[in-house]
Ligand binder design. Structure first.
Ligand SMILES: CC1=C(/C=C/C(C)=C/C=C/C(C)=C/C=C/C=C(C)/C=C/C=C(C)/C=C/C2=C(C)CCCC2(C)C)C(C)(C)CCC1
Ligand SMILES: [Fe+2]
Length: 324
């Protein structure tokens, strides 16, 4: 086979996510009125499609550590407890909660991008703080700074009424994120990572051009989630033989079966929150739930990143993939 077996899922996810983001951009630029009022629908769709990417978190330690890992049922109970505690803490201290959520999100999305880039390049995951910060800030902070009016009501609902950014702060925020992205882009180009630099430019364009809620929905559900799932599929030794034979359908079926129950539980809670209030409280409470899911999810992904090794060197050879 011409590619690393481990890289097959990532190649598919990368191709699909690029095409989706380009399509979302094209709608904004070509269709009269762009996304218009459909931005909320795209945010909701992105959240719904994106939630399952964390639904295998309680199984990740077993994938990574094998039998030495605590039992998945124990992990699921701890995970669910942490979600409830963080959700209640966010509600009690919304200002601090929002700040912490944004910073954790920058780190989580940013390191997710560098981990996928490393997997595709066939090298072990390595710390790339500048690239990670640039990606994370682009998808989390740039929408807030570039579109303060559109996100204002949602940010106020999430933060317990805190005033949004002043025009001066927003301009400074945009300049800071664009400078960071430019520095990271130049460094990536110098290192020969042209595709990653182009992806950073694509995401910057998405966030600047497309309304912020639509842009975030597209990124979360159409880019971050499939790429993360691709890493999990590649990391699970159970999938090794299928991937080596170039088969993705069976690994994806297994993943869907395992992810269904936790996804339905989390989506049920999301639906209740979304339907129980009017905009923007509906979206704010749903995002608080996402924030609560983010804490254990980011912890699990950090473990995955630390334990990851280089891809297998032979399609069916000894396992040294993301999860080894
Ligand atoms: C396993 C399990 C489970 C499940 C889980 C899951 C399902 C998970 C998921 C996870 C996830 C799902 C995660 C996520 C993450 C996310 C994030 C990290 C986000 C972020 C966001 C942001 C940052 C935003 C921002 C903003 C604002 C704030 C405003 C407006 C504009 C914007 C949108 C930009 C349960 C619990 C059932 C049980 C136990 C076990
Ligand atoms: Fe994630």
């Amino acid at each position: 086979m011409g590619v690393w077996a481990d890289q097959l899922p990532a190649r598919v996810a990368v191709g699909g996510s690029r095409a989706l983001v380009v399509a979302v951009l094209a709608v904004e630029l070509v269709v009269p009125g762009g996304w218009g009022d459909a931005d909320r629908a795209l945010l909701l769709a992105g959240l719904v499609v994106g939630v399952p990417h964390g639904a295998l978190d309680h199984l990740v330690p077993r994938i990574v550590l094998g039998r030495r890992a605590p039992h998945p049922a124990l992990l699921a109970a701890g995970y669910a407890t942490l979600v409830v505690v963080v959700f209640l803490a966010f509600r009690a201290l919304p200002g601090v909660g929002l700040l912490a959520f944004l910073l954790l999100s920058v780190a989580h999305f940013g390191t997710g991008e560098t981990a996928v880039a490393d997997l595709r390049a066939g090298r072990p995951p390595q710390a790339a703080p500048l690239t990670a910060a640039a990606f994370g800030a682009t998808v989390v902070l740039l929408p807030l700074a570039a579109h303060p009016t559109e996100v204002g009501p949602l940010v106020a609902a999430l933060s317990g009424g805190a005033a949004g950014l002043t025009p001066g702060q927003a301009r400074a925020g945009v300049a800071a994120v664009l400078t960071l992205a430019a520095l990271a882009g130049v460094r990536l180009l110098r290192r020969g990572d042209h595709a990653v630099a182009a992806e950073l430019a694509l995401l910057v364009t998405l966030v600047l051009v497309v309304p912020p809620l639509a842009a975030f929905g597209a990124y979360f559900g159409g880019w971050h989630a499939p790429r993360h799932l691709a890493r999990l599929v590649a990391a699970d030794p159970v999938n090794a033989a299928d991937l080596a034979a170039g088969r993705l359908a069976r690994p994806l079926g297994r993943l869907a079966r395992q992810a269904a129950p936790p996804s339905l539980a989390a989506l049920g809670a999301l639906a209740v929150f979304w339907l129980a209030a009017d905009w923007p409280e509906s979206a704010a409470t749903a995002l608080m739930l996402v924030a609560a899911l983010t804490v254990p999810h980011a912890l699990v992904v950090a473990v995955l990143d630390r334990r990851a090794g280089p891809p297998r060197t032979t399609p069916r050879g000894s396992r040294a993939g993301v999860g080894s």
